[in-house]
Design a protein around this ligand. Structure first.
Ligand code: PRT
Ligand code: ZN
Length: 226
């Protein structure tokens, strides 16, 4: 990654499910920032720890490029990038350092309400709509299933009704979205929550000391929340 910095940089979601809990968690660790919450960059006041507010999908790339040192992102997003890299034979650059206990959901394959689930083999030759092609491909490979992955960036749940796919593989929390689209969960590929993502090789400069301090504080906060 990039040039040496003497401040730690953490990427978090700008607006969405994880933004408020992420900011709240970091604030509980004693961090505060100068910029208002709608700014892209928040300059750390109490510690040299700055925030970059971005789309969650951009966080793994910002970590890979060394633009940010840590990020708060769904394990689903981090592992999708990891699965894609693994399928391409590329080394991993980031890993989940801590589970943060919010943003919980599952990545499920869901089938039409009227269908019966008999196991992975029934997906042989089917079309599966998803925004998680890497994780789905790994699961299909692990289960010896050959299927067509229909890669959609949004509105995955309506793909079966539109005739684009037979089943879907998508995030589920309450299940209301599946029900509203006459689908039901069949099998869970992974459970997810927000994680602190960080470098595979720990930072060794002053940012390493800052990261250690932050992780100690984070562990204290997470213990209290349990
Ligand atoms: O703008 P940006 O790209 O940053 O935001 P985004 O729209 O991609 O992300 P956002 O804020 O929707 O989600 C951020 C993260 O929250 C996800 O990556 C997950 O780790 C986590 N999360 C937790 C969820 C859900 N629960 C969730 N239910 N992300 C999405 N959903 C969606 C799901 O895709 C489906 O459309 O909600 C619908 C299902 O919800 P139920 O309750 O009807 O089952
Ligand atoms: Zn996103």
């Amino acid at each position: 990654g990039g040039a040496t910095r003497d401040r730690l940089r953490i990427a978090i979601q700008k607006s969405g499910r994880l933004s408020e809990p992420a900011r709240g968690l970091l604030a509980s660790c004693g961090l505060s920032w100068r910029e208002s919450r709608d700014k892209l960059f928040c300059y750390g006041e109490t510690l040299p720890v700055d925030l970059l507010l971005v789309r969650d999908d951009d966080i793994p790339g910002l970590l890979a490029d060394g633009v940010c040192d840590y990020g708060i992102v769904g394990r689903n997003v981090l592992d999708e990038v990891g699965a894609d890299r693994a399928l391409k034979g590329l080394p991993q650059v980031s890993k989940a350092v801590r589970g943060l206990g919010f943003g919980g959901c599952r990545l499920d394959i869901a089938i039409p309400e009227s269908a019966e689930w008999t196991g992975p083999a029934q997906l042989q030759g089917s079309r599966i709509a998803t925004s998680y092609p890497g994780l789905l491909q790994q699961w299909l490979d692990a289960n010896g299933v050959e299927a067509t992955i229909v890669n959609l960036s949004g509105s995955v749940e309506i793909a079966p009704r539109l005739g684009q796919a037979d089943v879907i593989c998508d995030l589920v929390s309450s299940g209301a979205t599946l029900t509203a689209n006459q689908l039901k969960p069949a099998v869970t590929l992974m459970t997810s929550e927000a994680v602190l993502a960080g470098p595979v090789t720990p930072l060794s400069d002053v940012r390493g000391d800052l990261a250690s301090l932050l992780l100690r504080r984070l562990d204290g906060v997470l213990r209290l929340r349990d």
